[in-house]
Design a protein around this ligand. Structure first.
Ligand code: ADP
Ligand code: MG
Length: 462
């Protein structure tokens, strides 16, 4: 029996409070409450859909791991917008946030002297111990371990890790940070997405005060920058990256970067930045083979206390062959499906659970490819797709494209908005919500989206 939601939530908040910056805590968790919790799900109420999106994208792992600590269970999280009597579902409320850019969730932290903590919270599930090593990732894993053991002291500086979506880049970056913190091989570990790095930079420019920014990033002993393929769009930002790298490497500090593609093919990056990224070691993570996928799935099942028969693990790993996140998602769905049907997990049930979805895993794919395929599918020029036209059929195509960018690449909303004619991230969020609502109501629309998805994936295979 789980206890009263408000007491439980109060305990979770106490714990979360110690894990993130006070300012972020107040902004994002202050106005939340736990509406309902059962074994399978936890429903968290938030003031606006913007909050729901932000929390889901940035803090769901934190909420989930905290709930797990408190309850020994791992419910799915559902963020719902609190109903306010008489208030229509209107535009997003930005009273706490600047609408022109994503809020900066973590202000630089002032450490007590001698205290070792990462500057941004790390996910405790992403450790080296939980990373399954196989032929596809062995070399990169070894490089990551070496860097974590002797940050700044190896030739791998920067260490540049690239690979497709869901293959463990974030896991490895965070594992490096976690190792350094726990083994005290570095004092100041900073993990940041490129998106956050840039929004911190922009915020510092706006406030005309660069000192906090410089203090956070240029004083890091280990700087881990995730998903650099997004956001290095302006010259100022690129310059900032270069300055930061130079400052760190001059002092033998470690930089680790992840990307979905090798440096030379990063679009819109200046040559000197690309060459800077190639100074150390550039290494990739490939799609794991079947045996490794099975081992990863077993590891995930064990972490979650799920009893996963071998034939089921093999079946799922055969079906989903190129993205570990999807593989984990399939396990989650299977467990939910089994609970729903009051049956134990079996191969037959797995087949049923996967039946309703396309079992072909998504190869690594970028926003631009999706845009091209979408424009082609709707027989419109790409300029029209991303342009300002508000004609119904063009808007539909644009929304569908944004939605598939989000679901197929997992790219941040801001990156998608940037690619769609520099639209704001909230526009993308509304487009995705629109599509989701229509998918529920209109089967014809669902077929159209499915065809478009096949068209996009077909072009990749072709
Ligand atoms: P990426 O950043 O490359 O898109 P992630 O690091 O987020 O991918 O990985 C997606 C999921 O797959 C995570 O839950 C991660 O723990 C898991 N994963 C990927 N590769 C491995 C591996 N070799 N061993 C264990 N888990 C893995
Ligand atoms: Mg990642």
């Amino acid at each position: 029996m789980l206890d009263n939601p408000s007491d439980l939530w109060a305990r979770c908040l106490q714990s979360i409070k110690h894990k993130i910056q006070p300012q972020s805590f107040q902004t994002w968790f202050g106005p939340t409450s736990l509406k309902h919790i059962c074994t399978e799900k936890a429903v968290i109420e938030v003031p606006t859909s913007f909050f729901a999106d932000w929390l889901e994208e940035h803090y769901s792992w934190l909420v989930q791991s905290t709930l797990e600590e408190e309850t020994n269970r791992k419910p799915f999280l559902v963020f719902v917008v609190r109903e306010q009597p008489g208030q229509a579902q209107g535009p997003v409320d930005f009273s706490l946030a600047d609408p022109t850019e994503p809020p900066v969730p973590a202000a630089p932290q002032r450490d007590a002297p001698g205290e070792v903590k990462p500057v941004f919270p790390l996910n405790p599930r992403y450790r080296f111990e939980q990373f399954v090593v196989g032929g596809s990732n062995e070399f990169t894993f070894t490089a990551a371990r070496s860097v974590a053991e002797s940050p700044g002291q190896t030739a791998f500086n920067p260490l540049f890790i690239y690979g497709g979506v869901g293959l463990g880049k974030t896991h490895l970056l965070q594992a490096i940070g976690d190792f350094c913190v726990r083994n005290r091989t570095a004092e100041r570990v900073v993990y940041v997405t490129a998106e956050q790095f840039i929004s911190d930079y922009i915020a510092s420019m706006r406030q005309n005060d660069h000192s906090e920014f410089v203090k956070t990033y240029r004083n890091a002993d280990v700087l881990l920058i995730d998903d650099i393929q997004f956001y290095v769009q302006t010259e100022g930002c690129q310059r900032e990256f270069i300055h930061t790298f130079n400052a760190l490497s001059q002092n033998d500090k470690q930089v680790v970067i992840s990307s979905d593609r090798p440096p030379a093919t990063l679009k819109g990056f200046e040559d000197r930045l690309i060459s800077r990224l190639q100074w150390g070691l550039v290494t990739d993570i490939e799609v794991p083979d079947l045996e490794t996928r099975i081992a990863i799935l077993n590891q995930k099942a064990e972490e979650r206390g799920i009893d996963l028969p071998h034939d089921v693990a093999r079946f799922l790993s055969e079906q989903i062959d190129s993205n570990i996140r999807e593989l984990e998602g399939a396990l989650t769905r299977l467990v939910a499906f089994a609970a729903h049907k009051h049956q134990t997990v079996s191969r037959d049930l797995a087949r049923q659970a996967l039946l309703r979805r396309s079992t072909r895993a998504t190869p690594s794919i970028g926003i631009e490819e999706i845009q091209k395929a979408t424009a082609d599918f709707f027989h419109i020029p790409i300029e029209t797709l991303i342009g300002a036209t508000r004609k119904q059929e063009i808007t539909t195509a644009r929304h569908a494209g944004m939605y598939l960018c989000k679901s197929l690449t997992g790219a941040p909303l801001k990156a998608i908005g940037d690619h769609f004619g520099n639209r704001d991230h909230t526009t993308v969020m509304h487009a995705c919500r629109n599509v989701e609502r229509k998918l529920i109501k209109d089967p014809g629309f669902g077929d159209m989206i499915a065809q478009l998805r096949d068209h996009i994936q077909g072009r990749l295979v072709a």
